[in-house]
Design a protein around this ligand. Structure first.
Ligand SMILES: [Mg+2]
Length: 305
């Protein structure tokens, strides 16, 4: 897991040093001496996970900084804790109204600072975990159907704008039901995990590999159909040789050209599903492609032995 980064902001150098010492060993600390630097660092990647923000600063005070942070979509989600003078209840009120999640009073007590930061570290980790769980398939760790439906459209729209070639691959493991029926669901799960790993390890980082459900997998490949067909044929062969748990496991693949006519996920998946169906019909363990110019495709389809 990446280190938790805390940005501490104070116009007085010794305050920054005391604060940094409080957090030593707990998280990564970056420092800013004024509001402008804070805003700059908040926008710089990797962004801070939490900002400890002094209220009283010359030029731009903490409240003004917070307002700007919360007004920009880029920085609005970074939690802010104000560090306020001990006699300024109004500051605290105003800070919370501006969207800060907490405040710490000066003179700071190291135990309190550490405790508050720890709480927010835990919350962030929980948020990240929930986010991961929402977007990934629990069994295989691949992206899930929800991720595909929520994120694929955004990706497709991007490809449409930039005219990037994209191919959509659908794969269905052949006779998977008989694996479950013959060897039990635990064996079936192990096969799914092995196949998922093979797909993940043999595609590029920018390709999206997802488990659609059951024994169906989807790959969004950033390349035109002819290149995708070659890559998918390689995957088919690798799957044939995988022998997870000593079993012969093959897949039927459908590959469609996203640039051809439609650029929306559901019609593309439907088309890919028709290709898979055709592959099954022709004897399974093969790759069937589809594009708007079917004549160009005939030489591209592949069959296993
Ligand atoms: Mg100050």
């Amino acid at each position: 897991m990446e280190a938790f980064r805390v940005l501490i902001v104070d116009d007085i150098k010794s305050n920054l040093m005391v604060m940094a010492k409080c957090l030593q060993g707990l998280c990564e600390v970056i420092k800013a001496h004024n509001g402008r630097d804070c805003l700059e660092l908040a926008r710089t990647h990797p962004q801070p996970d939490l900002i400890l923000l002094d209220v009283r600063m010359p030029d731009m005070d903490g409240h003004a900084v917070c307002k700007e942070l919360k007004a920009s979509p880029e920085t609005e989600s970074i939690p802010v804790i104000f560090v306020t003078g001990n006699d300024s209840e109004e500051d605290e009120e105003q800070g919370l109204l501006l969207g800060a999640i907490d405040y710490i009073t000066k003179p700071i007590r190291p135990v309190i600072v550490r405790a508050r930061v720890s709480v927010h570290m835990q919350l962030k980790q929980q948020r990240d975990k929930l986010r991961f769980m929402a977007l990934h398939d629990q069994l295989t760790g691949l992206f899930n159907r929800y991720f595909l439906t929520e994120n694929a459209e955004v990706r497709l729209a991007h490809f449409r704008r930039h005219k990037t070639p994209l191919s959509v691959v659908l794969m269905d493991i052949d006779k998977f039901k008989s694996i479950n029926d013959t060897y039990g669901h635990e064996m079936g799960d192990l096969v799914l995990m092995a196949v998922a790993e093979l797909l993940e390890n043999n595609t590029r980082r920018e390709d999206v590999v997802a488990r659609l459900g059951g024994e169906e997998f989807v790959i969004l490949m950033e390349c035109p159909l002819d290149a995708a067909m070659v890559k998918v044929e390689k995957l088919r062969q690798q799957m044939e040789q995988l022998m997870p748990q000593g079993l012969m496991v093959t897949g039927s693949f459908g590959v469609v050209d996203a640039c051809a006519e439609v650029m929306e996920l559901n019609p593309l998946l439907k088309r890919a599903d028709e290709c898979v169906y055709q592959a099954k019909d022709q004897g399974r363990n093969q790759v069937v492609g589809w594009c708007s110019k079917p004549a160009a495709l005939q030489e591209l389809n592949y069959k296993g032995n």
